[in-house]
Design a binder for this molecule. Sequence first.
Ligand code: SF4
Length: 438
Amino acid sequence: MIKTEDSQKYLDQIEEMIQKYKEIPIEAIIKQDILRLGLNFDPSVLKNNDFKTKDYFIFTFDHISLLEQSNEYRFKVPEEIKISGGRYGLLSTVVSVRVDPNSPYKITNEDQTIILKLYDTYIADVEFPPVPVWYQKLTSSGKFPNEIAPVIEWGYLIYLTVFRNCQYFGQEEECAFCDINHNWRQQKILKRPYTGIKSIEDILEVLSWIDTMDTTAKAYTITGGSVITHLQNKKETDFYFQYAEAIESNFPNRWIGKIVVQAWEKEELKRFKEIGIKIYHPNFEVWDPTLFRLLCPGKDKFIGRDLWIQRILESAEIFGPSNVIPNFVGGVELSKPYGFSSVEEAIKSTSEGLDFFMSHGIVPRFTTWCPEPYTTLSTIANQEIPPLIYFLELLTVWKRTFEKYKLPVPQGYGEPGRGKAVFSVSAFMDVIGYQGRS
Ligand code: SF4
């Protein structure tokens, strides 16, 4: 039973943050707090199957394993929620769902309306994402389209995890925060249709429906785990290239093509650009050199931090600097046992990385670290979720650095700004252009 005084104390803390971080929209403050703490659902709101549920498009992004989730929850929660109105008069804000039955943020029903509560306080009205019409079909090979080409970001992004495992395997190689292999294992144990290596034919068939039936999707991402030897007798770059080539030759420039892969050589990247790929995400994950080595052991061993940086800079010559968008896993610098012990040190380190890339015209973004079960980090230590103040400091420094270098709005994320952004796993797009409040 939640005590009223706890509930009031937490609400007071949020309102203090709202007073302190006036450069950050209130929408972004609430969004980061929900992403940090996850969401708890009243099972009654999950009964209607008239919304798009989580497709587990690459990772679980849940705080408890799928195996631990009750039948009322498992595979029944929405991919994202859209919050609006309520206590702070929020503009529409899309937030990714991370299941946590212990979260103080609860989605519940009142007077036939779905709402978000923080403990017992009404915060906002809630919508669940619509099911795309083409989700009802089945491919010629008998696959479900939501498994082959799921959409996220309220339908904006088609997410093609073409290889659902990573050859960086086990604690010596796997990134310590990543649950791609553990997600795969859980989906298989639960007998969910979950194709390991997707066929180009299946993808093209689903894309042909999206092409004719869908007006919301504007971008696609080709991604998957790293390939350190060969996959289907192909080296890593050839394996991923075949998908890009097939999509762009069948649907030239129909959507904004993005690849989320390792830091590749310039010569390899040229052919991706020539075929029509617009955005390159060679994710950097964490800036501090020691943490990069400890948290990304496979990347460190097979490519190395210095070469990774050099290749990011070189890739800017191919795609244009603002179309190179390396991701940082926001908050993982505070993970145990290797991370920084204070928010100040963590922010100081990541700000250096943001400034370094942005000074070259590159636009790093960040996601919100989710300490999923079974990852190396959750196995070796009891992880604490980074405090809200860390994310608000990170958003502040990201926004200030982005403005200092007068960088363009990143392509492939939809419209920026409060009430418009659809990127759901951090609020970096929500803060763009915000003028602050008095
Ligand atoms: S390279 Fe790291 S983050 Fe990427 S899939 Fe492999 S383990 Fe995960």
